[in-house]
Write a protein that binds this ligand. Structure first.
Ligand SMILES: [Zn+2]
Length: 69
């Protein structure tokens, strides 16, 4: 228990992917949570990446409304 300023000291873990967050590492903060990357941040807040305008045409990949009902 003698290490004090080890640059590779793990200070937290990403709640999304579980990656180690090291002292001095650039992370994203959301509330009390620290995320290791923008990808994990996006997942954490529930956002999704889409192509702008793509959701307006075609719904082949999503069937929320069943026409047989
Ligand atoms: Zn992560």
């Amino acid at each position: 228990m003698s290490k004090v300023t080890n640059p590779l000291e793990v200070i937290d873990y990403c709640p999304v992917c579980g990656a180690e967050l090291l002292f001095g590492q650039l992370v994203l903060k959301h509330g009390v949570d620290l995320l290791c990357s923008t990808a994990c941040f996006i997942k954490h807040i529930g956002a999704v990446v889409i192509t702008a305008g793509d959701h307006e045409r075609g719904d082949a990949s999503q069937h929320e409304n069943d026409p047989t009902d």
